[in-house]
Design a protein around this ligand. Structure first.
Ligand SMILES: C[S@@+](CC[C@H](N)C(=O)[O-])C[C@H]1O[C@@H](n2cnc3c(N)ncnc32)[C@H](O)[C@@H]1O
Length: 318
């Protein structure tokens, strides 16, 4: 709240003229507290605490939000103008060594410990319920989203064999650009529909054997469930490596070896899954280094074969 209105700071000075209001702000520094918590910290009746909080809120010292039927208050010094901040620093210095402030600090700690106790009790008695509640609240597999935090904001990512764009849609919010490539016009139409609101996704029609992507255009290339469809996976991985920057990473998510021979008829699979050694050999022929393959845990609700994740990196320039 920055203002140059004459008399404004005098008004703010009177906000702090009562030591109780200074003690409230000290307690609220770094902690969000409810009225009843402030009551127990300041050892004052609710009406007194509420009256002081109203003055602090009106003066722009404290902000609040509703939580159920009650309000929680915060003191955010970054929101204060220069003059108001200087006033607070003077009052803070004057008050913080006082016996009252020292006792308040101890009681703030006790209040926070009591709050943490509730969560400790919950987790001590409900481990099984937590798994159920977590899925009910956030859906299955929400934790896999943590991995998206590893993506760099300025990256250009290739979703190679993008199909209907499900992977591109997940990646797009985290990076500068996603280039989604597929040979199928029908799949790309579906991808464009899905990705209509994601302006940083560019759909390009083309073949994985001759990518419509320039040399070193990508920081990361991903290929999900694509390799069983291509006659020469080694060639496709080599082409992906060409499109990567030095130091860029290729990530392949695909089927582990399986015996579902019907996939040849139904989906045009040419390969019955891939053993880790096979993929690593192709990585190495493509000039990729630091190969790693991890079998993914089987999702009990999924009917398909097991999956693996394989990654390797294009060497950095010497
Ligand atoms: C099983 S879908 C996977 C789509 C997507 N990656 C996903 O996880 O949902 C395989 C996709 O690869 C594409 N594809 C297969 N071979 C290709 C090739 N040689 N060049 C370009 N796209 C190809 C197909 O058109 C299809 O959309």
């Amino acid at each position: 709240m920055i203002t140059s209105k004459p008399g404004y700071l005098l008004g703010r000075l009177s906000d702090l003229s009562d030591p109780t209001r200074g003690r409230i702000l000290l307690a609220l520094e770094g902690h969000e507290l409810g009225v009843s918590e402030l009551q127990s910290i300041l050892q004052l009746p609710q009406s007194t605490v509420s009256r002081h909080l109203r003055i602090l809120s009106d003066g722009g010292w404290a902000t609040s939000r509703s939580e159920g039927p009650s309000q929680r208050y915060r003191f955010v010094s970054q929101q204060l103008g220069d003059g108001q901040l200087r006033l607070w620093e003077l009052v803070r210095q004057d008050l913080s060594g006082s016996r009252a402030a020292t006792r308040d600090r101890e009681r703030v700690r006790a209040v926070l410990a009591r709050r943490h106790l509730r969560s400790r009790q919950f987790f001590a008695t409900e481990p099984a319920r937590w798994d159920h509640l977590r899925e009910e609240l956030f859906g299955p597999g929400y934790e896999t989203q943590i991995a998206f935090g590893l993506l760099e904001r300025d990256w250009v990512v290739g979703d190679l064999g993008c199909g209907s764009g499900a992977v591109a849609a997940r990646l797009a919010p985290f990076v500068t650009k996603v280039i989604a490539v597929d040979e199928s016009a029908a799949m790309l139409d579906a991808a464009r529909l899905r990705l209509a609101d994601q302006r940083n996704v560019e759909c390009r029609q083309g073949e994985l054997e001759l990518l419509p992507i320039g040399e070193a255009e990508l920081d990361l290339a991903v290929m999900a469930l694509v390799l069983p469809h291509v006659p020469e996976p080694g060639r496709v991985l080599g082409e992906a490596a060409r499109a990567l920057q030095a130091g860029g990473r290729l990530v392949v998510l695909d089927l582990a070896p399986h015996e579902r021979s019907e996939y040849g008829q139904t989906m045009g699979h040419l390969w019955p899954g891939f053993a880790p050694g096979q993929v690593q050999e192709w990585f190495s022929s493509a000039g990729l280094v630091e190969p790693r393959t991890v079998s993914l845990p089987h999702d009990p609700s999924a009917r398909g074969p097991g999956l693996f994740l394989a990654t390797a990196r294009k060497p950095t320039l010497a």
